[in-house]
Design a protein around this ligand. Structure first.
Ligand SMILES: [Zn+2]
Length: 328
């Protein structure tokens, strides 16, 4: 699989905000996602052991507290204030390289984690993925979440396919690990309203996406933002992101005719906001009375598009993904 394209759809890297924005000092929690460790065959999804240690030392030396996802989810559920400097670490795809190269470093630092399992890869013994026994071993040190059975592009699959995929994957996890995962991460971070509705039916306590952002009290527990850490990271910038408290009005979904007419939202009081649209770059617009209105009138260039709105270092993403089985 060409993971680069899948992981960084529409050059996600291009959407990163520059470092020079004035920052709000409120601290939100940050969830990060890793994939491979110490595996230089796949630089676009890999974190070297050296880099991982550097990142962990950064957390340690700058007062960040790495907590289990469970703790953050419970705080959100109980509407508790989210403490400063909280970090949650997750890993997608149960690659063998996590077991071999990543886990020892997590153990060394005593950092908790949640590993999201691509079940079919283990069940069919794909050589790059952990075995069931290795997952049992990993489960002693961290939480195990669900990452689908077959790792599909979910918006491209029918309701029936998706429900079968969840059922098959979850029952295999129960059978081999005796685990009923409480957390789910979308394959490729891709979802829309229909996919989310189906995922919710399986009763997960938290669902995680792969959108740049942060988590603060009031965040949607079934749509938590995660920043990907790949290659050389810029933790200082990533940790400076705050969640933009936004009310999306338009668009709700990928437009039927593929033309994005406008972006409308309600924002906290500000004079200016920026927005990014995949393939069209960043734009800055004036905001009046908390009303964000951008008349875009552009054809969406991809099947997967992102709109990102930012006010200084506060940021929120909306995915617009063509749904082959929805009403579009
Ligand atoms: Zn994945």
């Amino acid at each position: 699989m060409k993971l680069r394209k899948l992981l960084l759809p529409n050059s996600l890297r291009g959407i990163l905000l520059p470092l020079f924005f004035p920052v709000f000092l409120l601290s939100d929690a940050h969830i990060f996602v890793y994939h491979r460790f110490g595996d230089n065959r796949y630089p676009s999804t890999n974190t070297t052991v050296k880099e991982l240690k550097k990142e962990f030392n950064y957390f340690k030396n700058n007062g960040y507290k790495v907590i289990p996802l469970k703790k953050l989810v419970n705080a959100l559920k109980n509407r508790k204030k989210i403490d400063d400097k909280l970090v949650v670490l997750t890993i997608d795809d149960n690659f063998k390289s996590f077991y071999k190269n990543g886990l020892p470093i997590f153990k060394e630092f005593g950092y908790p984690f949640t590993l999201f399992v691509y079940v079919k890869a283990t069940q069919k013994r794909y050589p790059d993925y952990t075995t069931w026994d290795q997952l049992k071993e990993i489960a002693k040190y961290g939480e195990i979440g669900f990452h689908s059975y077959s790792h599909p592009h979910m918006t491209f699959k029918s309701d029936e396919f998706l429900k079968d995929d969840f059922k098959r994957g979850l029952s295999l996890m129960k059978k081999h690990l005796d685990i009923e995962p409480k957390y789910f991460a979308y394959p490729y971070g891709e979802f829309d309203k229909r996919v989310k509705t189906i995922a919710k039916e399986f009763g997960f306590e938290a669902i995680l996406n792969q959108n740049i952002g942060a988590v603060s009290s009031g965040s949607d527990i079934l749509d938590l933002d995660r920043n990907a850490l790949v290659g050389k990271s810029n933790l200082k910038r990533d940790l400076a992101y705050k969640e933009l408290k936004i009310e999306w009005i338009e668009p709700k979904e990928f437009p039927q005719n593929g033309i994005l007419k406008k972006i409308m939202a309600k924002l906290p009081d500000t004079k200016y906001a920026g927005y990014y649209l995949s393939g069209y770059g960043w734009h800055r617009i004036k905001v009046k009375d908390g009303k964000f209105l951008a008349n875009v009138n552009k054809r969406l260039l991809f099947e997967r598009n992102r709109i990102v709105i930012n006010v200084k270092n506060q940021i929120k993403t909306k995915l617009l993904i063509k749904d082959r089985y929805g009403n579009r």
